[in-house]
Design a binder for this molecule. Sequence first.
Ligand SMILES: Cc1ncc(COP(=O)(O)O)c(C=O)c1O
Length: 387
Amino acid sequence: MHLAKRVANISPSKTLAIEAKAKRLKAEGIDVISLSAGEPDFDTPEPVKESAIRSLRQGFTKYTPVSGILELRQAISEKLARENKLAYDPDQIVVTCGAKHAIYNVLQVLVEAGDEVIIPSPYWLSYPEMVTLAGGVPIFLKTDSKDGYQFHAQALEMLVTKKSKVLILNSPSNPTGAVLSKELLVEIAAVAKKHSLFVVSDEIYEQLIFDGLIHCSIGAISSATLEQTITIGGASKSYAMTGWRLGFLAAPKPVAAACAAVQSHSTSNPTSFAQVGYLEALRSGRAEVRKMRDAFQERRDLIFGLVSDIAGLKAFKPAGAFYLFVDITETGLDSLTFSDRLLEEAKVAVVPGVCFGDDHAVRISFAASEDKIETGIRRIREWLKKI
Ligand SMILES: Cc1ncc(COP(=O)(O)O)c(C=O)c1O
């Protein structure tokens, strides 16, 4: 069977596959502790659900404008001005079917065949695949836990060629939980300006940031930076709304218009009544977000303490998101073998770091109850003693 060349090197999301395998084992009655989830274990706040149900009952069941309903784009525009110091008009915002969809649209719009897209590594696994699907070439900028996964602007500049078109940033990061410092963002903005790079700033975890740290959007560095920046956000992680599939992109007008055009020929608008739920989340969900963030911070402290006590594992302390990225070099196993054997032999699901460009690490999610975290980490400790 001849499929299009563009899909030849695309593989299905491995993180979703591992989560599916853990669920299958659970369904067979096997006591699996899943620490692989990429989504909050909390439920969507009740008022958000209620508003979507109400709008559904009221018959809000038809197509909406492709870019999303105006009230929602206005609410996102106000949120970006208030919290992120970003001046985007509602017509610079496109509401999408998740942040993933927003990034996909943007890369389709910006990347031409052979264009290079610079991605700091470890990276969220969908970036390189989406770049490849757009005909581009992912170029990785290696970062290290020793440097807190920060990097030097010079290291970025050394990767820039005539073909460089886009830089993708993700802070707080999946999989490391690292938060890029404001100083570094200023330096990156200067490099982006000098070389006319677009910056796609994936800020999906912006609300889940710990220890009183303030999230910083690169687009807020200067109006010139904003002109080159596409800011990505969404409902999934902040409001525990992963299944609703709602995200957004905020971009310079021509980019936003082109993204809307692409979307008009693929998904059209995101689900009508789900948009109403997101609007409610933006209006009334802040207290819930703070509660979930505080819970994640407590779990971060718990899991970081537990894993740091295990000989042979080295954990990086995340400043945001809900993942612990753990160096497994001393175990002598590659990340796939480690994760496969851990699931088979100790019934704990984690994600191999190779999915994120680091085969010497695994990603352990703490989007799980304290009880599950304690049991899962105890099992890992006991298993490591045996291997
Ligand atoms: C870094 C990053 N960006 C984007 C997304 C996609 O989020 P959404 O559910 O809004 O599509 C994820 C989800 O795992 C993520 O980790």
